[in-house]
Write a new protein. Structure first.
Length: 418
């Protein structure tokens, strides 16, 4: 990468490592592989600053429906610390739940070359941004926000000016895909400061799915799924924004066209009980697994044939699509799921259907069930595409953005005689 050369030009002597801080709300299973990969870069001195440690009870309150701890290592392979959260009601679920004023002193004294902030919808994020501006520390923001989220017109107008002021001043805007890139540009991000850094999942999904595929019949038997049926899969919290009832209604209508169809619903949440009652009432061959932790989820992808994500625009990306594709499964997603434009291509890696259009969803389900060869072909292309959305690809884009930022700082220092 260009990073060492930029630093050599900046300091005019032997190259030293870039001191980089990642600031994020709390340990998240999808971030850890990226943190580990970045920590292995020889040109970086990385530290991750967590604003909070979510308790099992908070995980349940966030919509998972059950108390749990992730069963894969979230803190291995990189240097980190937890900041002191002084919020009156500590939580990752609302803006004021993360309040870490000590971030100002840490960044001021830490001599960081840059700060990368994950998300900005919490108080600690704005504390970080203000501190970076005050001490002229380059700040990069990674966000998955997009323009398709439904909000009142007054709210959009209210935030227009402050968002434009803030985003236009960021040293780099790290979008996760096409929609978030448009979001940054809409609010004034400079063209040469927007970088797409893809969302990624742990490489173990592809590795484990290949290793376990021979046990597909066993996994289907575990959940009572028909061996000859086309199995459609729902993975997510049982909450309104995920629209689990659309999945059930879609499968019901699809079975009227093609009877050899079954379903598997993975997850928990406030709507699970009502969904189970509906399935019983309709006498549908849909099985519920409850919440499955990270080490338990791959067998569900192997047992199924096609992932369905009916979510509304609050699904700003949909990382279970990455997971399913890594396991060789095509996906049916609504046209308001954030990853659609980047990952789901009609007849290639799956299909996109209009949000809430159960009939259109059912038609796609029936089409997949009647054309198993198409499902297999789409699954192979889905796995290949997921491979391009890899951790190494994300690292490369992050280093490119960081090089651009540190190079600009170096040029500014040289021009000012520093």
């Amino acid at each position: 990468m260009l990073l060492p050369q930029f630093l050599g030009a900046r300091f005019g002597r032997e190259v030293r490592r870039v001191k980089l801080a990642f600031v994020t709300s709390h340990p998240i299973q999808y971030h850890s592989p990226l943190f580990r990969a970045m920590a292995r870069q020889p040109g970086l001195d990385l530290e991750v600053l967590f604003c909070h440690h979510a308790s099992p009870a908070e995980q349940a309150a966030a919509g998972f429906g059950v108390e749990f701890e992730w069963d894969t290592p979230l803190l291995d392979g990189f240097r980190y610390r937890f900041l002191r959260n002084v919020a009156q009601n500590p939580s990752v679920n609302h803006f004021s739940g993360l309040d870490t004023p000590e971030i100002s002193e840490i960044l001021a004294k830490g001599k960081y070359d840059a700060v990368l902030l994950f998300g900005w919808d919490y108080k600690s994020a704005w504390q970080t941004i203000r501190t970076c501006w005050r001490y002229k520390i380059p700040v990069l923001v990674r966000s998955e926000s997009h323009l398709y989220t439904q909000r009142p017109r007054w709210k959009k107008l209210l935030k227009a000016l402050p968002y434009r002021f803030c985003i236009s001043r960021l040293d780099a805007c790290l979008a996760i895909g096409q929609w978030s890139e448009k979001y940054f540009r809409h609010y004034g991000a400079r063209t040469n400061r927007v970088f797409i850094v893809p969302h990624t999942v742990d490489p173990s999904f592809e590795r484990d799915s290949r290793a376990l595929i021979s046990r597909r019949a066993q996994f289907r038997g575990r959940w009572g799924l028909g061996q000859a049926e086309t199995i459609f899969l729902f993975v997510g919290k049982f909450i309104a924004s995920k629209r689990p009832v659309d999945f059930i209604q879609g499968l019901l209508q699809a079975r009227e066209r093609c009877g050899s169809i079954g379903g598997l619903m993975v997850g928990d949440g406030p709507l699970r009980e009502s969904c189970q009652h509906l399935v019983e009432e309709l006498r549908l061959p849909i099985r519920f697994t409850g919440f499955l932790n990270q080490s338990q989820i791959v067998p569900a992808y192997i047992a199924a044939d096609v992932l369905v994500m009916p979510s509304d625009a609050r699904e700003t990306w949909g990382l279970v699509v990455n997971e399913a594709m890594s396991c060789g499964r095509p996906c049916l997603v609504s046209d308001r799921v954030g990853c659609g434009p980047d990952l789901v291509f009609a007849g290639e890696t799956g299909f996109v259907f209009p949000l809430g259009d159960v009939q259109a969803l059912a038609s796609r389900m029936a089409d997949c069930a009647s054309r198993p060869e198409l499902v297999v072909a789409m699954g192979e292309k889905a796995r290949a595409l997921a491979g391009s959305q890899s951790v190494p690809a994300a690292v490369e884009r992050l280093l490119e953005a960081l090089s651009r930022v540190t190079h600009s700082v170096g040029q500014a220092s040289a021009c000012s005689g520093l």
